[in-house]
Ligand binder design. Structure first.
Ligand code: ATP
Ligand code: MG
Length: 559
């Protein structure tokens, strides 16, 4: 990301904001009203966050307002659970719609009247063709469509049939209402699109009041107009719907004139951003739920410990363009680390413990040592960490037969224990299978605090936890949910699931972590950022790794 790019996002410059500036300057609008219009058929994901940040951000920049509108026109997949979670997630992201909470279903009566209006104007008709026939008659990109035999039904007959559709007289799929536009149009969306269908399904909000429901195309722009939205911003796949959006607004007695603008949706490597696929992951049990910390959902990211501010920062960095692209997950991790690096308190946690016995430390004794909460920021204070004869260090911090450049513990080697002492490995204890189960070490009492008075140096500083005081905890280490950058690019996306996306370790943590608040993220030194998972109960603690630190050793090993 170059200097200029990040400056651009800070000053809020993108083509949507440019359009708005021009509209305001030319007097085409005297205010800015945007909306975020989710369909309540799943949980929000980080792609939605891009749209939320854009819509709410634009409104804030221009002193306007942003509505939260549920596009609830398809009762088959919609549920109150999703309505609730969406509101929670938008608020958590840091945005406020104030009194401007709307539902497309609030407009059902008006939309029905507007449909009648189109029929009366000879611009809509009831069609008895089946869904398959309609598809067949529609033609293709290279062939024009042909008119339905019902296209020229008299207005009176259309009015009567449409009323009876509403009254529930016909079965699902028996008839539809179509706008009468142009069966030969080069834009297939204008070949008499369906605007109402029969569905004898209860709606989460209107119950059994309706047996017909408007389609997306006959509800979305109409709701925009009813709410007085000025700039209706959506993703590129709706660009082909724009002529229909405009045609409908022009032909309806709407008293405001919203305009649609399209931007590129967010695609991210190593994940999927489609509610349908995310739903499948949940329903088939590939993850523990919508809020599984491996999910790209806002509830999953929140549970994983990602701060809302990191998501907002990410949305700003990627910007808003008209060209589809895929953003590297690395950039998102960068935003998370960047933020947590300054905010997170430092703690010590040993993820894969290896026992260390300090042979010359008095048995049964312990002492408290001072440790900094943030080495780069003394204002964040200090804490006391207990030290004793038996400790745990990280299994990976020991090698019996170290290669060159491995400077951590090995037989005969002296290292620093952070905030404590220099220790030297004297002996390696193994079990019957030959696995190292314990290190016998000695410490130098002169090195308290981690410095030798004689000025001698060590090449490694390790984190550690006192065995007598440490808190046992289950630690969940996450990796990408998929092992391919582009899941599903060559077959079923489920075949690309990463079998190692969750690794559970039995860890030992310093006692200060007993009181970590839910939602607070700390850094386990040398390991990454962690938070408490809601699965924790009493002393059965569960921690999630939000994101790892970049591991210099792992990188060197690869080279
Ligand atoms: P999905 O493709 O995940 O099923 P959707 O587009 O059907 O999502 P909606 O509830 O209709 O979900 O989305 C609400 C708003 O969020 C829409 O304006 C949509 O364009 C936008 N949106 C959805 N996915 C993304 C994305 N990946 N990047 C940016 N905006 C998105
Ligand atoms: Mg959609």
């Amino acid at each position: 990301m170059s200097e200029t790019d990040s400056e651009n996002t800070e000053t809020g410059s993108d083509f949507i904001r440019d359009v708005i500036r021009e509209d305001l300057a030319a007097g085409r609008t005297d205010g800015v009203v945007t909306r975020f219009p989710p369909e309540p058929n799943g949980y929000l994901h980080i792609g939605h966050a891009k749209s939320i940040c854009l819509n709410f951000g634009v409104a804030a920049d221009f002193g306007g307002r942003c509505h939260l509108r549920f596009d609830d026109t398809n009762p088959v997949n919609e549920e109150i659970e999703y309505i609730d979670s969406i509101q929670e997630d938008v608020r958590w992201l840091g945005f406020d719609w104030g009194d401007h909470l709307f539902y497309a279903s609030d407009n059902f009566e008006r939309l029905y009247e507007w449909a009648m209006h189109l029929i009366e104007a000879g611009k809509a008709y009831v069609d008895d063709l089946s869904a398959d026939e309609i598809r067949e008659y529609r033609g293709t990109l290279t062939e024009p469509g042909k008119p339905s035999p019902y296209r020229d039904r008299p207005v009176e007959e259309n009015l009567d049939l449409f009323r009876r559709m509403r009254d529930g007289e016909f079965e699902d799929g028996a008839r539809v209402l179509r706008a009468k536009i142009d069966m030969a149009s080069g834009n297939i969306n204008l070949r008499d699109p369906v605007i109402y269908r029969i569905l004898h399904t209860d709606h989460p909000r209107t119950g059994d009041a309706w047996s017909i429901y408007p389609t997306y195309d006959f509800a979305h722009g109409q709701s925009d107009a009813i709410e007085g939205v000025t700039h209706s911003v959506c993703t590129l796949e709706f660009a082909d719907h724009r002529p229909l959006y405009d045609w409908l607004i022009e032909n309806l007695p709407a008293n405001s004139r919203p305009r649609q603008y399209e931007f590129a949706r967010l695609n991210l490597t190593y994940t999927v951003l489609s509610k349908r696929r995310l739903m499948q992951l949940v329903q088939e049990g590939h993850v523990s739920g919508w809020d599984d910390p491996r999910m790209p959902t806002l509830s999953g990211l929140r549970r994983r410990g990602i701060p809302a501010a990191a998501i907002r920062e990410f949305a700003g960095l990627i910007g808003v363009t008209k060209a589809d692209s895929t953003v590297d997950w690395v950039l998102f991790d960068h935003c998370t680390r960047d933020l947590l690096n300054t905010t997170a308190l430092r703690r010590m946690g040993v993820l894969r413990p290896l026992k260390v016995v300090i042979e010359n430390y008095p048995e049964g004794e312990s002492e408290m040592l001072e440790a900094q909460n943030h080495p780069q920021n003394p204002e964040m204070g200090t804490r006391q960490v207990p030290f004793g004869r038996e400790l745990y260090v990280e299994r990976d911090d020991f090698m019996e037969d170290p290669p060159r450049k491995f400077f951590r513990l090995s037989p005969g080697r002296e290292v620093r224990l952070r905030y404590a002492y220099f220790v030297t490995c004297q002996e390696v204890v193994k079990d019957e299978s030959g696995e190292v189960v314990e290190l016998r070490c000695t410490y130098d009492p002169e090195t308290k605090g981690g410095n030798a008075p004689d000025g001698r140096k060590v090449k490694a500083t390790l984190h550690w936890v006192s065995a007598a005081h440490g808190l046992p905890a289950e630690v969940r280490l996450y990796d990408h949910l998929f092992q391919r950058e582009d899941p599903g690019a060559e077959g079923d996306f489920l075949d690309d699931l990463n079998p190692n996306s969750l690794v559970v370790e039995s860890s030992v943590l310093e006692p200060a972590l007993a009181d970590l608040e839910p939602g607070e993220v700390v850094q386990f030194e040398r390991q990454g950022y962690f938070c408490v998972d809601p699965d924790s109960t009493g002393d059965a603690r569960v921690f999630n790794r939000t994101v790892a630190l970049r591991d210099g050793w792992a990188k060197a090993k690869k080279k």
